[in-house]
Design a protein around this ligand. Structure first.
Ligand code: GRF
Length: 203
């Protein structure tokens, strides 16, 4: 299958997916990496892997709708079977999300439905949680609310900082995101009636 990956930052999840396609673990081709920030390190990772990169800065558009329309146009030039959001830090319009329904995945650094939105690590620590984690989910119109595909948990220690927690969670992200993308590429993972299905079974 063909994949387009959207990033905004460091791209460590992108790297994990690149590595898994290069080793043959994920049977897919990354057609392009698209970024809304021209100085994101993830663009360097993509270029180092010999991938096509595109920058579409949200700052050049006067509304979310116009930005999303431009983004959609570029993505669809690659006719991807799957769009992977890997640290893409923009809220997407309902029209955009609908267009990629059942073929767009996101990774969110919390045990959804807990801690949607930003600053998840800090919020989990401040709430006195004993565990935290990360979720891969299909993207639907509800922000960070689509059906879960995979989660990984990490313990929160008593002296935990947001930085140490973020590091622990990222290590898990790099395990579970390639796994979910692999399932999709193998044709085993689908979204049906707003539910994630693996091998015809509801997750
Ligand atoms: C990750 O924590 C991801 O869950 C969140 O943004 C971060 C991106 O990290 N949405 P990276 O760019 O993949 O290194």
């Amino acid at each position: 299958i063909s994949i387009v990956i959207l990033i905004s930052g460091s791209g460590s999840n992108l790297q994990a997916i690149i590595d898994a396609t290069q080793s043959g673990t994920i049977p897919a081709r990354i057609e392009a990496v698209i970024c809304n920030k021209e100085d994101a390190f993830g663009l360097t990772r993509a270029a180092n892997a010999g991938l096509v990169t595109e920058v579409i800065s949200h700052k050049n558009y006067d509304s979310r709708e116009h930005f999303d329309q431009a983004l959609k146009k570029v993505i669809d030039q690659y006719s991807p079977d799957l769009v992977v959001l890997a640290g893409f830090m923009r809220i997407l319009t309902p029209e955009f999300v609908k267009h990629y329904s059942g073929r767009m995945l996101n990774i969110h650094p919390s045990l959804l439905p807990k801690y949607r939105g930003l600053n998840t690590h800090q919020r989990a620590i401040e709430a006195g949680e004993s565990e935290h984690g990360v979720t891969v989910h299909f993207v639907t119109e509800e922000l960070d609310g689509g059906p879960n595909v995979l989660q990984a948990r990490v313990p929160i220690s008593t002296d935990e900082s947001t930085e140490s927690l973020a590091k622990k969670v990222l290590r898990q992200e790099h395990q579970i995101y390639p796994r979910a993308v692999k399932w999709f590429a193998q044709g085993r993972l689908k979204m049906n009636n707003n539910q994630a299905m693996l091998d015809e079974k509801t997750l």
